[in-house]
Write a protein that binds this ligand. Sequence first.
Ligand SMILES: NC(=O)c1ccc[n+]([C@@H]2O[C@H](COP(=O)([O-])OP(=O)(O)OC[C@H]3O[C@@H](n4cnc5c(N)ncnc54)[C@H](O)[C@@H]3O)[C@@H](O)[C@H]2O)c1
Length: 434
Amino acid sequence: MSHSQPPSSAPKHALPSYLRPDALGPWGIYLEQVDRVTPYLGSLARWVETLKRPKRSLIVDVPIELDNGTIAHFEGYRVQHNTSRGPGKGGVRFHQDVTLSEVMALSAWMSVKNAAVNVPYGGAKGGVRVDPRLLSGAELERLTRRYTSEINIIIGPNKDIPAPDVNTNEQVMAWMMDTYSQNSGSTATGVVTGKPISLGGSLGRREATGRGVFVVGTEAARNLGVEIKGARVVVQGFGNVGSVAARLFHDAGAHVIAVQDHKGVVYAPGGLDIPALITHVAQNGSVAGFSAESLPADQFWQLDCEFLIPAALEGQITKDNAPHIRARMVIEGANGPTTPEADDILRERNILVAPDVIANAGGVTVSYFEWVQDFSSFFWTEEEINQRLVRIMQEAFRAIWQVAQDNHVTLRTAAFIVACTRILQAREMRGLYP
Ligand SMILES: NC(=O)c1ccc[n+]([C@@H]2O[C@H](COP(=O)([O-])OP(=O)(O)OC[C@H]3O[C@@H](n4cnc5c(N)ncnc54)[C@H](O)[C@@H]3O)[C@@H](O)[C@H]2O)c1
């Protein structure tokens, strides 16, 4: 992780005993974002501590037998940050650097995101500290099933609904759905979203997050008077989110001039052949080796462009590279890619940031459609899904834009104002039990 430094304001928070104040990680970033919104919450600010404590954090041991006969143990988490507005909802990440702090922050960003686009969910997230590239297919299946079984007690179609995130996909969701169903004695398609179409998945779900990034990018560009056709786009991360966003920008006539993934950077000043790059990554697992120029990582962040789309991991845009970014706008496909210090630098430099909690909300929006379709066992066309997605994303973005204008705040703070108000209104109306 590239951001183990605590943010400067971290010590002022009352922290749970299970976090180290000197290594708050992404949770520290989230706390700072909550501080920034608090002055705008009016009388609801009385409830703000609710947002600074996850409702429920489960840490599990995930033992599996490896193909060579040895036993390996992995640490897994499921955190439900807030369920005031509905069941928990958020992805599951398999990555060797996953920490409790990271999963807590990601779960909190899900609470904010779900409220920002007004889908009826709270926020949750899960993860396993594992490098899945080192596992065989059979080992990955055993890991997924054991992890699901361990968190089985707190998930369910009405309780908490996982979905894919970094290094998890439709197959992993199918195994999770099957494991939960085996444990509960009946097929429960609604327990996860992002499933294969043949198992109650939704058309359009795989592309939904990238499509949402494109919709938000288009709206932001319109407000700034930037044309998509001919615009230069730089993308970090070429997985589910980055590749779909890149393809949609490419299809709309933009030039995707550089893509970075975990193996390197490919660069073509006149625009990369994105369909060919997608095929290359499907065959080779990374952009490395694609026929284009390569660039050192520091030069990647300094490229002159209209759109910079971080779509990999969090903590990528920091006080170190933010002063050198030469994009007109940053559209956050990844969760938490920009630190608060970098946010301030970008604002001073008049670089618009469309924050993760709105820019990458397309995935959870179509996850919501999938969940609704599963409950009714009635499935919509891809056209209906995309139309509804675009409408929800446009309306949410426009409302947040207006709040930002009215209050002279960044889009991130505006999104937090809209979302935290909704969450805390629900909290207040429900009241504290007992
Ligand atoms: N999949 C979704 O529906 C969804 C929804 C909302 C937000 N997100 C967020 O989007 C981001 C990407 O998710 P995804 O589903 O596309 O994951 P993915 O696993 O499909 O792809 C991740 C990409 O990031 C790249 N990457 C990893 N480490 C990197 C590094 N150090 N430097 C540069 N590139 C690196 C990988 O090579 C890969 O191309 C994550 O932050 C995730 O939380 C995903």
